[in-house]
Design a binder for this molecule. Sequence first.
Ligand code: FMN
Length: 247
Amino acid sequence: MTDLNERRPTPSHDVVYPGREEARLVPLAEYTRRPVSEMRALAASFYAEMNRRRTVRDFSTDPVPRELVELAIRTAGTAPSGAHHQPWHFVVIGDPALKERIREAAEREEFETYQRRMSEEWRTALAPIGTHWVKPHLTDAPWIVVLFKQSYGILPDGTKRKNYYVEESVGIAAGMFITALHHMGLVTLTHTPTPTGFLRELLNRGKNETAVLVLPVGFPHAEATVPDFTRKPLEEITTWHTADDAT
Ligand SMILES: Cc1cc2nc3c(=O)[nH]c(=O)nc-3n(C[C@H](O)[C@H](O)[C@H](O)COP(=O)(O)O)c2cc1C
């Protein structure tokens, strides 16, 4: 077996890399290697399950236990992030009065967007989905989750700490949140009200935070409909360079 210490970079004359002995490393205890047959079955059933996920725009008002939303956020919080700074914050709103205020403010912005800010090209792209500025899901869904990105962190002593790859990290966390909701049988709508400044104000968040997504969480309305979409096939979204291709 290769000694991992031998694989650390050799220090160049002007860059000093930290050595493995300086890092806080522990054994990878939680990993179990499975037989390929089992991996294949797991991967196929997970794909089939995820392929059933749809963005839902018509929500039931049925309640959802808070614990379920907490579990989805815990799952999102396991996402990888630049330098492990975890530059995200989830604000969860179940208070009907606050949901109403968010809806009012969001619809005001959306009205402007749909009436004046949208280009013709954007309007055409949205046409098959049938979205509009009226957002009943913001009051129908039992929970609204607003995901904030933190452009920098604030340490306990008040000093700022730079965050790295914030968009990528928060995007991955959002994906894991959506996946967790779907896996437990809940639905959501990935929504990006633009501009989002009103959310920082309404929800009292710091200057280092910007709302990136508003995700209502709940059950679908009994008569919910979704656009009749297909997904790009594997061949269209993949390019492989395998050992066999080598000339
Ligand atoms: C970053 C992002 C922003 C989105 N913004 C909106 C939105 O503002 N309103 C909306 O109705 N759907 C929004 N969607 C949902 C997409 O329209 C939806 O994912 C897409 O049509 C594919 O449908 P599916 O999720 O059911 O596969 C957004 C999705 C993403 C990833």
